[in-house]
Ligand binder design. Structure first.
Ligand SMILES: Cc1cc2nc3c(=O)[nH]c(=O)nc-3n(C[C@H](O)[C@H](O)[C@H](O)COP(=O)(O)O)c2cc1C
Length: 197
């Protein structure tokens, strides 16, 4: 697929099923390629934990448990939250996207005049990384979405997956085969966003 087609094809797919073709090597190749993304000061503050099978199921069990605790079982079911979480769990795996706060601290100390901007740049770098991963998943026929059950799940996930104390959870990317058809997306008029001078 050409880059342009992949960009246009990518959607947030929240209802996933398992693909038989996914294996560890494919995900590793995607992540190795994603390492070529730019980052401010080349700081590469992003960190990734790949969850498959057991880890993936455990993550979405944690999310489910915590949401039921927070909302109550009735609302969890009635509002369709349970179905949504099942949609993520139906996939092959989840990528946990972290940033290493220690890297940010070090860069802030080294480049003092930019210190206040370092967290924002780290986030921007992470966004670029996440998009590079997402596009590659689409390129091999998979689908994904970007989820944010942090900070609610941070402590439980940290404990379950023995996450470094300096790592801060940014997002969760469940991936697999699409099990839904989406309506076309709405776009703002191009000239409201872009101006040529
Ligand atoms: C920074 C960012 C945060 C997002 N957070 C969530 C999220 O927490 N949950 C979710 O379901 N979608 C999330 N999305 C997906 C957007 O809702 C989605 O990209 C947008 O509605 C356009 O739809 P599309 O991705 O299908 O093109 C997020 C997207 C971005 C870029």
């Amino acid at each position: 697929m050409e880059l342009k087609d992949t960009i246009i094809k990518r959607r947030s797919i929240r209802k996933l099923k398992k693909s038989d073709i996914v294996n560890k090597e494919m995900i590793e190749e995607i992540l190795r390629t994603a390492m070529y993304v730019p980052s401010a000061f080349n700081m590469q503050s992003y960190r990734i934990v790949v969850l498959d099978e057991k880890g993936h199921n455990d993550l979405w069990d944690i999310v489910e448990e915590m949401l039921i605790d927070k909302m109550g079982k009735e609302k969890y079911i009635d509002r369709g939250t349970g179905e949504k979480i099942a949609g993520f769990k139906g996939g092959n795996g989840t990528l946990l996207i972290y940033e290493d706060e220690k890297v940010l601290e070090e860069k802030g100390e080294k480049f003092k005049s930019y210190k206040a901007l370092v967290p924002s740049w780290s986030y921007q770098g992470s966004g670029i990384l996440q998009y590079a991963i997402w596009l590659q998943l689409v390129e091999i026929g998979l689908s994904a979405s970007l989820q944010h059950y942090n900070p609610m799940i941070d402590e439980r996930v940290k404990e379950r997956f023995e996450i470094d104390d300096n790592w801060s959870l940014i997002s969760q990317i469940p991936f697999g085969l699409s099990d839904e058809e989406l309506e076309p997306r709405e776009f703002l008029p191009f000239d409201k966003i872009v101006r040529f001078e």
